[in-house]
Design a protein around this ligand. Structure first.
Ligand SMILES: NC(=O)c1ccc[n+]([C@@H]2O[C@H](COP(=O)([O-])OP(=O)(O)OC[C@H]3O[C@@H](n4cnc5c(N)ncnc54)[C@H](O)[C@@H]3O)[C@@H](O)[C@H]2O)c1
Length: 364
């Protein structure tokens, strides 16, 4: 379990200082100070480089538009990439040139091809990568995961997941084609629930069917909704609802709903409320309000970076390693293919194509 002890403090450069990089500065970096500290920030935008200064993360003298100068003036152990996925490769090449490990925001890459290239490049260079599939590592989902890992309520049958948010009226993305919308939204959003289902079921996916559409109710707003059904290799079925088109926000980011139907209990995490119910009779209790796990000091991004630092320092390969993430990428990009083709996609066959083409050796 992740506790911020016994690790040597590591230094990193934050690449991407605006956008989600501000969340890093405000919410995540302060929780990492015992084991990982930023020594510089890099961004193509001068305006974005004001964020780390405004947030008290770094002095202006430590904010750069050029990564090479940032590295030359600030020796570090790893890069944290919080930039859009289509810009990853240039920084992967920089990391390799300087022998730096990488923590990468999800999705690891914009395409399955680029995920394979990153995997092979970093492996060949002997460098480590962790990917921040952060929502599955949050306290509420990890608490449910623990109950399932312990088989506390018997064999897991299926999982229902829900992230439903109210639509906004900005009409953001209105000019995107359907293909652009699918290629942006599944790796950008649905990926988290797909990967959470991998975590909860402790299995990779066998097949995926994903459906996505725009919703325009005629009030000037524009939203999009998705459903996905995933059959896992161990037989568990997962049904995911993901919508940004609704009248209400039942479950937003970090406050998702998951219902795990187990042989002896219906176990639900709804935001931060964990419950189990059973109508099978004695000796099963009819209802239990369960505590969230409290035996870790670290969750989500902080836990991912902690476990990454421990890995770099000789500890075990974490759940969010690049190797594990290749299976997340396969499921995610297979879901993209499914949403575009309208067909169910065989995920191991989808991955096998790339394993062969890029000689991946994921089992090594
Ligand atoms: N884990 C999560 O929950 C979560 C949530 C939101 C976003 N993200 C991920 O974070 C990443 C960034 O998303 P965002 O919404 O902040 O993107 P964004 O478009 O807002 O860009 C973030 C920053 O990167 C900078 N940037 C763009 N290209 C660059 C380049 N080539 N070199 C240096 N800087 C560059 C931009 O100027 C900006 O300041 C994405 O991979 C996204 O999926 C993860």
């Amino acid at each position: 379990m992740a506790n911020a002890t016994k690790l040597e403090k590591m230094k990193f450069i934050l690449v991407g200082a605006g956008g989600f990089g501000e969340f890093w500065q405000k919410l995540f970096i302060p929780r990492m100070k015992e084991f990982a500290v930023p020594v510089a920030a890099v961004d193509v935008s001068e305006e974005a480089l004001q964020c780390p200064v405004r947030n008290g993360t770094l002095d202006a003298s430590k904010c750069y538009t050029d990564i090479e100068t940032a590295i030359a003036e600030n020796p570090c152990d790893f890069l944290v990439l919080v930039i859009p996925p289509q810009h990853r490769m240039q920084y992967i090449d920089v990391a390799i040139k300087h022998g730096l490990h990488v923590v990468c925001e999800k999705p690891m890459a914009d395409t399955m091809e680029n995920a394979c290239l990153i995997y092979n490049k970093m492996k060949k260079a002997g460098l480590k990568v962790s990917v921040t599939v952060s929502h599955r590592m949050e306290q509420n989902k990890q608490s449910l995961n623990r109950l399932l890992d312990e088989s506390r309520y018997g064999k897991l049958n299926y999982i229902i997941g829900r992230l439903t948010m109210k639509r906004d009226f900005s009409r953001r993305g209105a000019d995107r084609t359907f293909e652009e919308m699918v290629k942006g939204s599944i790796p950008g959003g649905l990926l988290h629930e797909l990967d959470t289902c991998r975590g909860l079921s402790r299995s990779n996916a066998k097949s995926v069917y994903a459906s996505m559409w725009r919703f325009e109710p005629g009030d000037g707003s524009l939203g999009s909704s998705m459903f996905a059904t995933v059959e896992m290799e161990n037989g568990v079925r997962c049904f995911i609802e993901h919508s940004h088109a609704n009248a209400t926000e039942l479950n937003g980011w970090a406050r998702e709903f998951y219902r795990a139907e187990c042989a002896n209990g219906t176990v639900v995490i709804d935001k931060d409320t964990l419950t189990a119910d059973c109508d099978l009779g004695f000796p099963n209790p009819t209802h239990a309000d369960l505590p969230l796990d409290t035996d870790s000091e670290l969750w989500d991004h902080a836990k991912i970076v902690h476990d990454f630092c421990a890995w770099v320092q000789g500890g075990p390969e974490p759940e969010t390693s690049i190797r594990d993430n290749m299976y997340c990428c396969a499921l995610t990009f297979a879901a993209v293919e499914s949403a575009l083709s309208g067909q169910t996609v065989d995920v191991p066959a989808f991955l096998a194509k790339y394993e062969k083409q890029y000689q991946l050796n994921l089992a090594e």
